[in-house]
Design a protein around this ligand. Structure first.
Ligand code: FRU
Length: 505
């Protein structure tokens, strides 16, 4: 059936060519902005994390990949693995476009599931005419074979009301002895984003169940309506709560929230496996920073839920394009639920790799005068800070500081807002909406502000309090911008504790 629709000959570009191309060209890569302990594409381009899973004792991170150049093009699945969540070993490209059903955009995003000891990847085959869901299987978790029955969810199974040109990013999971698959899509006529649920006994023969959202009736408890595809759906049960995550294109800003052109959101609710309907109570942004998209979750054998996201953003300039690589990922984050809030924490295993602790004594932060400390500096390290705003109107920390640059994390005591300002960080960044310089998250009034910050050459991830807010950003300072300075404005503040750790990789 598919061959009839796509009479083009099998697509000639084999994945092995991509690996060989990288080997030949890797010397051209400039490492000035390469993170030391964040996963990043070896060469060329990477976007979404794909197929994140724990298989045969290792964490597998596949990703959307163009091995040939540092920009988006025909999609492959790059592949790396980690045993410690911190250092990543590159493996051969897992999937490349070589079938007629991939002759448009290639192998788009998807997820992994283990079945009878095999690692199965569900991904979107993007042909010139359709997006269809496909399966690839591996016994060793390294070499994958595309299923002869592909596409296993052909475009003919997409209900008429939805677009069969925009239906992608399958998330596979099991419930009650059956397989389920979520795929992001939009309505055929009005282009409103939705997610479709499919069901299967086998992973190869699927039937449609129904859409998650009502895009018409604002009073419905599953109402969600936005122009564009709900990309990269993810669904999991975390501490007994059903959590839906997805990345809606063209999110509309709401106050300080959803400032990125494309955002990633989470919803707490209930998925009806008979109808597909997802009733939810609230929708929140997953990360209050600039560079975060298309996250996926997966479970570790001990039950922990881990999240990984793309640590870049569509539609902005990419300074590392000049260095032959674009595309990096967040640290793996542990997810938990507390009083209806989704908490994110850096995966605990990372602590084992701390080295060279610098601990500060309690210090007054005088008004209007930055404070720095000997040896309390660096661009690839971890900071654990507790700051009491006291009488200060504003207080915080400046990172990646040098003569011309600084990246400022500032807590405004009166408004309870934490802001991240990268306007003076280094190479200017702007996106489709203009300069991409300031993000603000409401964290409320706190006597002590606890910040857990990871700096890694060209990025920072800031975990606030117990992880109720996270801000992720890429910055492109000079190598000499290693300073860390504390500040207070409009009164005195106090640094209660401050610890800096190096990270052994
Ligand atoms: C999200 C996305 C997915 C798609 C992939 C293509 O960033 O647009 O919807 O599968 O990227 O690379």
């Amino acid at each position: 059936m598919n061959e009839k629709n796509n009479p083009a000959p099998p697509f000639p570009r084999k994945p092995a060519r991509g690996d060989a191309y990288i080997r030949e060209h890797i010397k051209e890569r400039n490492n000035r902005y390469r993170p030391k302990y964040h996963a990043a594409v070896p060469f060329g381009w990477a976007n979404d994390p794909n197929g994140c899973c724990y298989f045969h004792g290792r964490v597998h991170l596949f990703y959307q990949h163009n091995p040939y150049a540092p920009h988006w093009d025909l999609m492959h699945w790059g592949h790396m693995v980690s045993e410690n969540f911190l250092t990543w070993k590159e493996l051969p490209i897992a999937l490349g476009p070589d079938q007629a059903y991939e002759n448009g955009g290639g192998c788009f995003s998807g997820t992994a599931i283990e079945k009878e000891g095999l690692l199965c990847l569900m991904y979107t085959g993007t042909s010139k005419d359709f997006q269809q869901q496909c399966l690839a299987v591996s016994g060793d978790g390294v070499n994958f074979t595309k299923h002869p029955e592909n596409p296993v969810i052909p475009h003919t199974l997409v209900p008429d009301a939805f677009s069969d040109k925009d239906i992608r990013d399958p998330k596979v999971f099991t419930a009650g002895g059956k397989y389920y698959c979520l795929a992001g899509t939009k309505t055929a006529e009005t282009g409103r984003g939705n997610i479709l649920l499919f069901r299967s006994d086998s992973l190869t023969a699927w039937e449609p169940v129904g859409p998650l959202f009502d895009t018409d009736n604002p009073k419905a408890s599953n109402y969600f309506s936005l122009d564009g595809v709900c990309e990269c759906p993810d669904y999991s049960v975390i501490d007994g709560e059903e959590i839906l995550i997805f990345s809606p294109e063209n999110m509309v800003p709401e106050g300080d929230s959803f400032q990125n052109v494309h955002c990633s959101v989470w919803m707490r609710g209930k998925l009806d496996l008979e109808t597909g309907r997802f009733d939810y109570t609230d929708m929140k942004e997953l990360d209050g920073g600039f560079d975060f998209y298309a996250p996926q979750t997966f479970k570790l054998p001990d039950g922990r839920s881990i999240l990984l996201g793309w640590k870049e953003m569509w539609g902005r300039n990419f300074p590392t394009e000049a260095d032959s690589w674009v595309g990096s990922f967040t640290l793996p984050r542990e997810l938990s639920m507390k009083n209806g809030k989704l908490l994110q924490q850096p995966v605990r295993e990372i602590r084992k790799y701390r080295k060279g602790r610098v601990k500060l004594d309690e210090t007054v932060l005088p008004e209007g005068k930055d404070v720095s400390f000997p040896d309390f500096c660096g661009t690839s390290c971890e900071l654990v800070l507790k700051i009491a705003a006291g009488a200060a109107k504003k207080t915080g920390v400046k990172l990646f500081c040098g003569t011309d640059h600084e990246t400022v994390l500032c807590y405004d005591r009166e408004s309870g807002i934490l802001s991240l300002d990268r306007s003076a960080s280094g190479i200017p960044l702007s996106d489709d909406r203009g300069p991409s310089v300031l993000r603000r998250v409401k964290i409320g009034h706190r006597k002590n502000l606890t910040l857990h910050i990871f700096l890694d050459v060209s990025c920072l991830e800031v975990f606030v309090g117990e992880g109720e807010q996270v801000l992720t950003a890429n910055v492109y300072p000079d190598p000499a911008d290693t300073g860390i300075r504390f500040f207070a404005e409009g009164g005195e503040a106090r640094l209660v504790t401050g610890t800096l750790y190096g990270i052994r990789v």
